[in-house]
Design a protein around this ligand. Structure first.
Ligand code: SF4
Length: 324
């Protein structure tokens, strides 16, 4: 491991100032991904700004939404009464992620900022456009079993590893970002990026900015029928091969509204807008669920070892819609 400086500011302003002052600095909170990346030489910040002293650990009911501070632990969010009652999809997705030990360390903001688990990204002897732009993509013609089937490019076929982010995408959350210029808000679905020609950029956070909170609409209609299904190689402590977050607002047997997103399929949590639009006003039937899955898979493409996902993904969508 390389040497680095370490500071622990007491205020948000001091933390943001420190980040702006030093281009080689990086925030650290739970460190559950960053420390691994540093140990393996994938990233080498020369200064770590520990933000654990900042007062960003809170879960508050606001008018029409629940505000979750960026430093709130994954385990605290998952078990909080307000979240379990009003945002069960988020609670389920968080509990499906990592292990209890990791959830006790990992923060909401850190979960959003975690890097892909593509093995070529972590192996510094292999080509990887995300780690070192212009070196090529080892996974494109390599062992790509865990990789993307939607929204990929010839520069990168990695997937985003988070479960929490899939639920937040489905639930129309908003990201609150702070900087020296003040606060700005962006829809959660626009926070993470597709790889395109710049796979080194995972998200749209700009240099000098800090994630300070997530705001999630507490839409009652989507709290009654909500389900997160995660298909993985082990029962726990494994990343998703495919995951589906679904929340349905159903009256009688008619779907009034649907919220759907998938994980394990793309460089960002993948919102199934086409399927949502199709399901609106339709009967909750197997035929319509199959059709919604087919719409979602329209542009899907396999890269060899991950071709099995082309079947697993629509099957998981249908299974989730049947079960929710
Ligand atoms: Fe790197 Fe992306 Fe290719 Fe993986 S898929 S080797 S992260 S460029």
């Amino acid at each position: 491991m390389i040497n680095f400086d370490y500071i622990k500011p007491a205020t948000q302003k001091a933390a943001i100032d420190a980040l702006n002052k030093d281009a080689t600095s990086q925030f650290i909170a739970g460190g559950t991904n960053l420390v691994d990346l540093m140990k393996r030489g994938v990233v080498s910040p020369q200064k770590l700004i520990d933000i654990n002293n900042l007062p960003l650990k809170s879960i508050e009911q606001q008018k029409g939404f629940i505000r979750i501070g960026a430093l709130t632990l994954n385990s605290d969010v998952a078990e909080h009464e307000l979240i379990r009652k009003k945002l069960p999809l988020l609670s389920q997705a968080l509990k499906a992620g990592a292990s209890p030990q990791l959830r006790n360390m990992a923060t909401v903001g850190g979960n959003m900022m975690q890097r892909t688990r593509c093995p070529y990204f972590y192996d510094t002897t292999m080509p990887c456009n995300k780690r070192q732009p212009g070196t090529g993509c080892g996974a494109l013609k390599g062992y790509n079993r865990m990789h993307a089937i939607l929204g990929a490019s010839d520069k990168c076929i990695a997937v985003h590893p988070s479960d929490m982010c899939v639920a937040l995408t489905a639930l129309d959350a908003t990201v609150v970002i702070s900087s020296r210029k003040g606060d700005r808000r962006i829809p959660f679905a626009d926070f993470h990026r597709l790889p395109g020609t710049t796979p080194e950029k995972d998200n749209n956070l700009q240099r000098g900015e800090m994630i300070t909170a997530i705001e999630v609409p507490d839409n009652n209609e989507f709290s009654k029928k909500a389900l997160y299904i995660k298909i993985r190689d082990r029962a726990s402590y494994a990343f998703a091969l495919i995951s589906v977050a679904a929340a349905l607002d159903i009256k009688g047997n008619t779907i009034q509204n649907a919220r759907l997103a998938m994980g394990g399929v793309a460089h960002k949590p993948w919102r199934l807008t086409g399927a949502e639009n199709f399901l609106k006003g339709k009967t909750a039937s197997l035929e319509n669920f199959n059709q919604a899955a087919a719409i979602s898979m329209k542009d899907a493409k396999g890269y060899g070892y991950n071709n099995f996902k082309l079947k697993l993904a629509p099957n998981t969508i249908v299974q989730t819609l049947k079960t929710v």
